[in-house]
Write a protein that binds this ligand. Structure first.
Ligand SMILES: [Zn+2]
Length: 395
């Protein structure tokens, strides 16, 4: 039986709303998942994240594997007890981070990061069928991660949803490499499932990951291969293209080849317009650094499609601005009447309170967006609601 109970379907798209059941509780879908990369949603306490309306966070297998190590987290009773969050946790496989070091540009292209310099410590030493040998960015020590290692780490973290270890190829890579890499990802999937069958924590859900780059036949073949396995859910990963139209096309190909019953996760996507489109395409959960990372850089999310839903509060024009980030926003920053001028002053002076208030506002915005999308699916008004959001309506 699928862990996802679909309660409502949209007549005009593939969107659906429901409940995803996990050992640590239910997740209302479609849902956005904030990143707790290093066992914390940066700057916030678990109760604050829950109060914003989030049911689940994402922990990072690669980073936690290196520091503090899965054994230590296990000694504290698993990631939930270690970080004091008793609701569901999804862990990524570590594949994205491992291969980002090797291919160099995966993270830069997919996540919009500046390229790492040549002096970085962490780097890939070899990519083989067994797995990947690499140097830790923490201390330069040689480490290994393969399908079994990734599943073992995620078992020790005792996450509710584990993602299988995959090779994440960058956008620029050729079709032949993408094809070979995607086949290896499928073989690694079988090894992950075999390990999990024998050693996985009870109730932990396992998601396969669709690869295949931007090639229609490879994406569909990969989706069919993953769907043919006894996975609990399916994630869509890898390079999704050069621009938004291509990303929507690639995600659409993958989903067209999947069965309807199992939950679908879209990896690393979280812009406001992408969340709206992703829901229409039939995605159930999303994770992305966007709301929290923007907050740390002084950028707030606002209903302004012309400026990609962003306003840079560090800009000089906000110096004497007495308005809140957003009128009518119930978040701790706007709801308590903090002005843009005050927030700009805090951010310019690197006061932690400024970063915290912006993180709270951004996560509150995305939480309300998802609540509104769920309500619109349930109420049969998604098409009109999505059009309003794209035109700049507040969530
Ligand atoms: Zn606000």
């Amino acid at each position: 039986m699928s862990a996802l109970q679909i309660l409502h379907r949209d007549a005009g798209s593939r969107a659906r709303a429901g409940i995803l059941r996990t050992p640590h509780g239910d997740i209302r879908t479609p849902a956005f998942i904030p990143l707790a990369t290093k066992a914390t949603v940066k700057g916030l306490e678990p109760r604050e994240v829950a109060a914003l309306g989030y049911d689940i966070v994402l922990g990072n297998t690669f980073h936690l594997f290196l520091e503090p190590g899965a054994e230590l987290v296990e000694r504290f009773g698993g990631l939930h007890d270690f970080m004091g969050w008793q609701q569901p946790i999804i862990t990524d496989s570590g594949g994205f981070q491992v291969f980002s070091m090797g291919h160099g540009t995966v993270a830069d292209e997919i996540k919009g990061r500046a390229p790492s310099g040549p002096d970085r410590i962490g780097r890939v030493l070899s990519i083989e069928e067994e797995g990947v040998r690499f140097r830790s960015y923490i201390d330069g020590s040689e480490r290994f991660m393969g399908p079994e290692t990734s599943m073992e780490v995620q078992a020790k973290l005792n996450s509710d949803i584990a993602l299988v270890f995959d090779e994440c190829t960058p956008f620029g890579i050729d079709r032949e490499y993408t094809a070979r890499s995607t086949e290896r990802t499928h073989r690694w999937l079988d090894r992950c499932l075999a390990w999990h069958d024998e050693h996985g924590p009870p109730g932990q859900l396992v998601y396969g990951i669709v690869q295949g780059g931007v090639h229609e036949d490879l994406r569909i073949e990969s989706a069919q291969q993953i769907a043919a396995r006894p996975v609990d859910g399916i994630a869509i990963g890898g390079s999704l293209g050069a621009d938004k139209p291509q990303m929507y096309e690639v995600v659409g190909w993958a989903i067209s080849a999947l069965d309807d019953a199992r939950p679908r996760h879209l990896l690393g996507i979280g812009d406001i317009d992408d969340l709206v489109r992703g829901v229409e395409l039939g995605v159930d959960t999303f994770d992305c650094a966007m709301p929290t990372r923007l907050g740390r850089h002084g950028v707030a999310i606002v209903p302004d499609p012309e400026r990609r839903w962003r306003v840079d509060l560090t800009a000089a024009r906000h110096r004497e601005d007495e308005a809140p980030i957003m009128e009518g926003c119930p978040c701790p920053a706007c709801g308590n009447g903090h002005s843009r001028g005050y927030l700009r002053y805090l951010l310019k002076n690197r006061e932690l309170t400024g970063v915290r208030l912006l993180t709270l506002h951004n996560l509150a915005y995305v939480a309300r967006l998802m609540t509104g999308l769920r309500a619109a699916i349930a109420g049969g008004t998604l098409s009109a609601h999505a059009a309003d959001l794209r035109a700049g309506a507040a969530p």
